[in-house]
Design a protein around this ligand. Structure first.
Ligand code: PHE
Ligand code: FE
Length: 277
């Protein structure tokens, strides 16, 4: 690894009993909420990696199983890392995860991704071969998007899939995005609330859509399978797309377009309440 890769020692032995207890609390809460809300592939990943064994997971242990499945590994970083560093890790099948855990006082909101968001939210799906390939390709695509000056559009793709994606399963629409699955309130809001739009995934549409980083989403995009996501992104050359996106036009986070596949049109009642209040 290079020197400026931001990787640090997880120092698993350094976590306090209180920090392990916070993990357990968050874990139980999300597991109960997600039992009938998350994509079964994500729930299977949690078990495969033994993330339920109690206490903050030790990366050295997770990595044995994870590497055997898909060749991915988790590495510890202090928090957010520069885009290029992030892309480089993904492109080499390393997922950078925050080393620290939130405190009990910040159980429901924090600004930087901590170990609970990163490991509980992101790592289970890295056991899925198609999703793992998507993540690696995304890293490579990030380095390419930088050259085209279209990072903003590629970030929207990450946002509406890896962080806030929904997936159609035989049991109904389910959560796979880590920003949803690691959040108590958004786990309920994303699936149960009538306010947000739930629209069919369409690559260019998604890449033109603005998003809110400080509140629940006004729109979620629904994929049919990781294969669909894979074909639409990994099997597509983005160069012509970046050419079109250079016109800079984008869509508001709550827009429904005539061409959209509407799974469920949102009332946007939540956004109005917020605006009025
Ligand atoms: N196929 C994209 C390109 O040509 C790269 C990419 C793959 C981007 C997967 C995102 C996700 O740039
Ligand atoms: Fe994340």
């Amino acid at each position: 690894m290079r020197e400026d890769d931001f990787v640090i020692d997880q120092n698993w032995k350094g976590y306090t009993a209180e920090e392990h207890a916070v993990w357990d609390l968050l874990y139980r809460r999300q597991r109960d909420l997600l039992k009938d809300r998350a994509d079964p592939a994500m729930l299977r990943g949690l078990e495969t990696l033994n993330l339920n064994r109690g206490g903050i997971p030790n990366f050295a242990e997770i990595n044995i199983e994870l590497k055997a499945r898909t060749g991915f590994e988790v590495v510890a970083v202090p928090g957010l890392v520069p885009d290029e560093v992030f892309f480089n890790h993904l492109a080499n099948r390393r997922f950078p995860a925050g080393q620290f855990i939130r405190t009990r006082a910040q159980l429901d909101y924090l600004q930087e991704p901590d170990i609970f968001h990163d490991v509980f939210g992101h790592v289970p799906l890295l056991t899925d071969p198609v999703f793992a390939d998507y993540m690696e390709a995304y890293g490579k695509g990030g380095l390419r998007a930088t050259k085209f000056g279209r990072l903003k559009n590629l970030a929207a793709l990450y946002w509406y899939t890896v962080e806030f994606g929904l997936i159609e399963t035989p049991q109904g629409v389910r959560i796979y995005g880590a920003g949803i699955s690691s959040s108590k309130d958004e786990s309920m809001f994303a699936l149960d609330d009538p306010s947000p739009n739930r629209l069919r995934f369409d690559l260019e549409r998604v890449m033109r859509t603005r998003y809110r980083i400080d509140d629940f989403q006004q729109t979620y995009f629904v994929i049919r399978s990781y294969d669909e996501l894979f074909r639409a992104t990994v099997d597509t050359d983005f160069a012509p797309l970046y050419g079109r996106l250079a016109d800079g036009s984008d869509y508001a986070a709550d827009t429904v377009l005539p061409a959209d596949g509407v799974v469920q049109a949102g009332t946007q009642a939540y956004a109005r309440t917020k605006a009025a209040g």
